[in-house]
Every structure is written in C-alpha cells, then in structure tokens.
Design a protein. Structure first.
Length: 224
C-alpha cells in the first residue's frame, strides 16, 4: 500500500481515497466499480489474444476527410488535394476495426470499410496492432485511478503521445509547420514505413496491456 503524506489531504475530496494512520491512500475498490474492472480485464485480454492486423496503413484519417469540405482538423492544410485524397482511399483496402476512429468517417467513406464496428461490437473487433487501441491504454489506465500505479499511467501516456505523432504524420495533413515529416502511406514505401512503426508500437503496448490486465485481476482478487 502506498501512502501519501499529510500534505496530500486535498485528495480526500477525490473519490477513491481515504485517510489511514499517518497518511492517505486508495480506498478499497467499491462494489459499484467492480463490473467495470471485470469488463475491462476481459476486454483487454480479448484484444491481447487476438491476432494483430498490420494492413490498415492509417487510412482512418484519410477516410475522415474523404469527399467532404468539412475537414476535421481544419486549422491544418491538406498535403494532397481532395481529389488525390479520394483516389488514395478508393485505391486501397479500408479495414478499420476501432469504433472511435470509424465513427468519424465521412458518410461516403463508411460503406468502404470492410468492418462496420459499433460500440457494442468493439470487444469482438479490438486487436493489438491498432494504433487507437494502443493509445486507449492510457485512457483505461486513467479510468482505473486511483487504483492504477502512477508509473503505469505515465508509461501508457508516453506510448499514446508517441503513437499520436505517427497517427498524424501518416494522415493527409501537412504538418511541416510543426517540423513533422509525412509518412506517405499513399506510396508502397510509405506503407512499409508505417507498418514498421506500427509493429514497434504493438511491441511496446503488449506489456502495458498485460500490466493493466494483471491490475484488474488483482483489484478483483482483493475484493473476493
């Protein structure tokens, strides 16, 4: 049990903390949180055991600006014309398994996706090579606070930050003003570069996902 000193009394106003002896620590996992922890452990274990798919090539950001004038990140210019963006999407297989990416596809792009993920089917589709699934590890770690070690939250945040850089470098946006070079997935060389990064990130995510799974099992075991 990790104790925070008396100077951390402000945490007593945050749900999940309690005073014990000469310090402050996380309270036992309340019953109302157990269903979420149980669900999350199963969700992460299911995605961990699923075969990784390295063939999406980051087309989700392209599908979000496909045949539309309503550009999602309108503050940044596109590095290709709308016609060229549409040509890229039309010429490559679109296979996005992540609902929180798919839901931002333009109406014209959604039928092109080989999968049609929903919030309800996410547990059956989540797979460990997906950039967004691996960025989500930070979200899940943070949702487990205050029972999640701060080191694990920091590690998942660092991974999410690094993945987001690739996510946007592989997009159709021109980020040269931020000194980011594009990963041109519209070319075979760019797709190979993207996949090489994706494999590295999947490798980094694997032990973090397992740490979250172990944490869920520990939290539930402590409350048996």
């Amino acid at each position: 049990m990790i104790l925070l000193g008396d100077e951390a009394e402000c945490y007593l106003g945050v749900p999940g903390y309690r005073a014990v002896g000469n310090g402050i620590t996380a309270a036992p996992l309340p019953d109302k949180r157990k269903p979420f922890v149980e669900w999350l452990g199963g969700f992460l274990e299911g995605s961990s055991n699923r075969a990784p798919f390295f063939g999406c090539h980051g087309l989700h950001e392209w599908a979000m600006v496909y045949k539309t004038v309503d550009i999602r990140h309108a503050s940044q210019p596109l590095r290709l014309s709308p016609r060229e963006v549409a040509t890229v999407v039309d010429s490559l297989p679109v296979r996005c398994s992540h609902y929180d990416a798919f839901r931002f596809f333009t109406p014209e792009a959604r039928p092109l996706n080989r999968l049609q993920p929903t919030r309800e089917t996410s547990p059956q589709l989540e797979q460990p090579a997906c950039l967004h699934a691996n960025m989500d590890l930070y979200k899940w770690a943070f949702k487990l606070a205050p029972w999640c070690p701060s080191e694990l939250i920091a590690d998942t945040f660092e991974l999410a930050r690094d993945i987001r850089e690739l996510d946007m470098r592989a997009s159709p946006y021109d980020l040269s003003s931020f000194e980011y070079t594009a990963v041109p997935i519209e070319t075979p060389e760019g797709r190979a570069e993207y996949e090489s990064y994706q494999r590295v990130f999947a490798g980094r995510a694997r032990p973090l996902r397992q740490r979250l799974i172990d944490l869920c099992q520990t939290l539930l075991g402590e409350n048996d």
